[in-house]
Write a protein of this length. Sequence first.
Length: 88
Amino acid sequence: MGRPIAIDGESCDRVLAKDRAEFVRIMRALNRLITRIRKYEPKANLYVEDCGNMCLMVGDSHDGYRERMRQDLVACTITVPHCGGGGW
């Protein structure tokens, strides 16, 4: 793993190396889980809502011309405090 990137001039060194390593370990485990689920549900993915809900989806989160929300495709939801969605 290379040196973490800095965002908006903030130093990523402010987060302890052991905590960064744990974050990477958890994200890799999550990736393994999604890969396993995709073997039987090929369109499975994660979607993070602005409110911090992380959703395990069994298809795209939005559909069609008007970007209709596909909440019917949510398989499981968990609220992750201090987390939000949206583009950068």
